[in-house]
Design a protein. Structure first.
Lengths: 331, 322
């Protein structure tokens, strides 16, 4: 009997080590799908970069409905994938349920906090990136009035607006910042028509640079800004290419870096809080051939200097979500 | 508030009222013939998607418009088949159309263009561009009338003018033609129309078809005139506001115009919180302006301001013999 137990135990251990040796990372995309030109595509790019650089392979899934979330996590965990990376805050609830059942598997969730010993929660300092693009907006503005269009009125979006306003005021204390939210329901993420009208209303109030942090609504904002010949600022992924020469820059969330780092760490993934800030290049702004002609050297120098100060800790940007108030903007 | 700001707000009103007006007139034709249609939203969405997709692929906005109308008419045909031919519940059929459109558009867009359920950006001829009416530039400096003509009346896309022309056209068709008389009669008392030897089925299908065309125009206006691409769920509840406007207008074409302009103006006001504060002297909650169309409709339905009487045979499939 004891012999049998030992034998079984040994074979089980062998199977486990065999499993771990072959463990490959897995990534789960959110509903937008991996070619959404934004958040998920950024995550996909990070995974691809890891695969190319290490020659490894990874498992992936694009879910089609919310009901598949828990099942998808469990399937990867059962198949021995490690670590399992999830892109998007909607994964938080199923992950909180599942994580405890697989204590030996490491999980990483992006954009949300899940409090479990085997989970890494990656969050972004959006206010820092917004501050930088706010500085650029203030420098590019000729009227001294710039504006912001948010999607749904939630603390996360106010965090963007607040960081942006602080950046604007840092460059030009007399500047006016107009901030509008599209709505208070999830429909506000997908109402480009209202985004356009908000932009037109802001233009009539003198705005000549508009920052959109509004998901699908932002498509309308950028379109109208291009139609009316004012500058716009994209969000999350690099959206400069949407209207070359008319998008000043894009505030970047380096989701790809977060995924890349998590996969690179493999099974030794450090769990707990992981803050992506300007200091570790987790947030920033986009420069490429599309916006190079409209961003001056002085503008870049000042913005990089501020980024360096942030990285060193000599410049701190107020985070709206820390105390639900903003020194530079009234909501 | 100065004159220029007022003009800009009225300009926004006209743009925002146009999709409402087209959808409202679409619903008017359908409901006057006795077919309730809460699938206006879904038809607009399907038209928005296919018009943007075809315009992007072909480079011609007119082909896009045709495709958009086609998509909307297919859904209309489904609604007609379910509620006229098979005598199903019209509300359930409408709800099904809304769900179908919301899901299908994103799935097809994703597998077709791989841009997260969007369609590619339209530019140049693939999009309806604003048209300058004659003498707009010359008259610009004429006091009062000049700015109104230049800012407000000129410089819209052709679909805005089409929508406005649809109002007298709808009135003429409904009240001055034999077809219109029969269409209204079939919504009040289909048995009488049947007795007169006119096909109830055919008349109702014609009404649902016209509804499809108008919804197609509304959807194409959203995706190829106001915007330059399709984004998922971009109709954002405008089909339902159009339904509210239809009840508010008591199923009459000219009142439909006024109701849609009023609702459009409410939407334009919610964009300019600063102006409202300047005029009224206190802050008005933006959400209040967003729900006002619905509140007004409930007030009308409750019978406080006149009476809204729907077509008598509305919602009931016509059964010739029992």
């Amino acid at each position: 009997m004891t012999l049998m137990q030992k034998f079984l135990g040994a074979s089980a251990a062998l199977a486990l080590t065999a499993g771990t040796a072959a463990a490959e990372p897995a990534i789960l995309f959110d509903l937008g799908g991996k070619f959404d030109k934004s958040f998920n595509e950024s995550a996909f790019n990070g995974a691809e970069r890891w695969a190319q650089e290490t020659g490894g392979s990874y498992a992936e899934v694009e879910i089609q409905s919310d009901a598949q979330r828990e099942q998808a996590i469990r399937r990867f965990a059962e198949s021995g994938a490690n670590p399992i990376v999830m892109a998007g805050f909607s994964w938080a609830t199923p992950l909180a349920e599942v994580a405890a059942d697989y204590p030996d598997t490491k999980f990483a969730i992006i954009d949300m906090v899940v409090d479990a010993p085997n989970v890494r929660s990656v969050v972004f300092n959006e206010h820092e990136g917004s501050y930088l693009v706010g500085m650029m907006a203030a420098m590019a503005s000729e009227t001294g009035t710039v504006s912001f269009v948010g999607g749904m009125d939630i603390p996360l979006i106010r965090k963007f607006a607040c960081g942006y306003a602080q950046g604007v005021k840092a460059v030009n204390p007399d500047a006016t910042v107009i901030a509008n939210m599209t709505g208070t329901t999830p429909a506000a993420w997908n109402d480009p028509v209202k985004g356009s009208e908000l932009t037109l209303a802001q233009i009539s109030q003198g705005s000549d640079v508009v920052f959109a942090a509004a998901g699908g609504t932002g498509v309308g904002v950028l379109q109208t800004a291009a139609d009316e010949d004012i500058l716009s600022i994209g969000v999350d992924a690099n959206q400069n290419y949407l209207h070359p020469g008319e998008v000043l820059t894009s505030m970047l969330k380096r989701v790809d870096n977060a995924v890349y780092e998590a996969m690179l760490a493999g099974e030794n993934l450090e769990t707990g809080f992981n803050v992506m800030s300007v200091a570790n290049r987790g947030v920033g702004f986009a420069m490429d051939a599309n916006n190079e002609p409209i961003v001056s050297y002085d503008m870049l120098a000042a913005t990089y200097a501020a980024a360096a100060d942030m990285a060193e800790g000599t410049l701190t940007v107020h985070d709206y979500t820390s105390d639900e108030s903003c020194p530079a903007l009234d909501f | 508030m100065d004159f220029a700001t007022l003009l800009q707000m009225l300009d926004a009103t006209l743009r925002l009222a146009t999709p409402l007006l087209l959808a409202c007139l679409a619903g008017l034709f359908s409901e006057r013939a006795g077919i309730f249609d809460i699938g206006l939203e879904g038809k607009m969405l399907a038209a928005a998607f296919l018009s943007a997709a075809i315009a992007a692929v072909s480079g011609s906005v007119w082909l896009g418009l045709l495709a958009g109308i086609g998509a909307s008419m297919i859904l209309s045909a489904v609604h007609g088949l379910a509620s006229i031919t098979f005598r199903g519940n019209q509300l359930i059929s409408g709800v099904a159309i809304n769900f179908l459109a919301a899901g299908l558009t994103v799935v097809i867009a994703q597998s077709w263009f791989r841009q997260g359920g969007r369609t590619p950006q339209l530019a140049g001829d693939a999009r309806f561009n604003p048209i300058e009416l004659p003498f707009a530039d010359d008259l610009q400096d004429v006091p009062f009338i000049g700015p109104i003509y230049y800012e407000l009346i000129s410089g819209h896309t052709i679909l805005v003018y089409v929508a406005l022309l649809m109002v007298p056209l709808t009135w003429w068709v409904l009240y001055r033609t034999r077809f219109g008389l029969r269409l209204r009669a079939v919504g009040e008392n289909p048995a009488a129309v049947d007795t007169a030897g006119v096909s109830v089925i055919w008349l109702r299908f014609a009404a649902v078809g016209i509804c499809g065309i108008l919804c197609g125009l509304a959807g194409a206006y959203l995706a190829t005139a106001l915007q330059a691409s399709f984004v998922k769920d971009m109709s954002a509840g405008r089909g339902f506001i159009a339904l509210a406007a239809l009840i508010f207008a008591k199923w009459r074409p000219w009142y439909a115009l006024y109701a849609c302009l009023l609702f459009g103006f409410l939407q334009a006001m919610s964009l300019r919180a600063d102006v409202i504060e300047g005029v009224l002297g206190f802050q008005v909650n933006g959400q209040l302006l967003d729900v006002l169309p619905y509140i007004l409709t409930v007030v009308i339905l409750a019978g406080f301001v006149g009476k809204a009487i729907p077509p008598r045979a509305g919602g009931e499939p016509y059964v010739k013999e029992r």
